[in-house]
Ligand binder design. Structure first.
Ligand SMILES: O=C(O)CCC(=O)C(=O)O
Ligand SMILES: [Fe+2]
Length: 193
């Protein structure tokens, strides 16, 4: 057996426990809200530059610079490498892009079916190989907002601070938030071409 081959291949990996405590989640929320918010755009993986399309994606986002939360980035990098070793098996995985803080508000905040990587290759590198989502608020704060994976036919509602790592080429969506506000941290990790 090739010793670098993952023991248990999987393209959608949820952590068994939350990786952030409620306090850590709150720190990320505070940081995210303190940064300049923009209307989220669509277009990754398409031949155009993209733009806002509220039918496809309704949320606001801000970007957390690496130097503003180094410990958080270290912690996430460790979890990502672990998930990669155990499940994905990509070479040379590392942090490549700053984290996105995202807000979806009722009655219609959502993100319809998409993949996170650029299949045209126009925007590479970096190549997005693994994506990660961590909801930052308790599930009781909002209704809807589940994450759904098309090929897997899988719908998940993660606990506050729990992470899902998945292959960036999988089609996924965030269902409409029908009550409250869902806040999440989203990251993408790159590797060798
Ligand atoms: O906010 C989320 O839960 C996921 C968002 C997403 O899929 C993305 O930004 O690519
Ligand atoms: Fe996505």
């Amino acid at each position: 057996m090739n010793p670098t081959e993952p023991l248990w291949k999987s393209l959608v990996v949820e952590t068994l426990q939350p990786i952030f405590s409620p306090k850590q989640c709150q720190m990320v929320i505070d940081k995210g809200l303190s940064l300049k918010a923009e209307q989220a755009k669509v277009g990754m993986g398409h031949d155009t530059e993209g733009g806002t399309d509220l039918k496809k994606r309704m949320s606001t986002i801000s970007w957390i610079p690496f130097k503003e939360m180094p410990e958080m980035y270290n912690q996430i990098e460790g979890q990502m490498l672990r998930a990669n070793n155990n499940h994905f098996g990509y070479d040379g995985m590392r942090l490549t892009e700053p984290a996105q803080f995202t807000e979806y508000k009722a009655p219609s905040g959502h993100y319809s079916w998409h993949m996170d990587c650029d299949v045209t290759g126009i925007k590479q590198p970096p190549v997005r190989k693994i994506s990660m989502i961590i909801p930052l608020v308790p599930t009781t704060d909002y209704e809807g907002g589940e994450i759904e994976f098309m090929q897997e036919g899988k719908t998940i509602k993660l606990q506050q601070g729990q992470a899902v790592f998945f292959a960036s080429f999988l089609q996924h969506r965030v269902k409409a938030v029908t009550r409250g506000i869902r806040r999440s941290l989203v990251m993408w990790f790159g590797g060798l071409l």
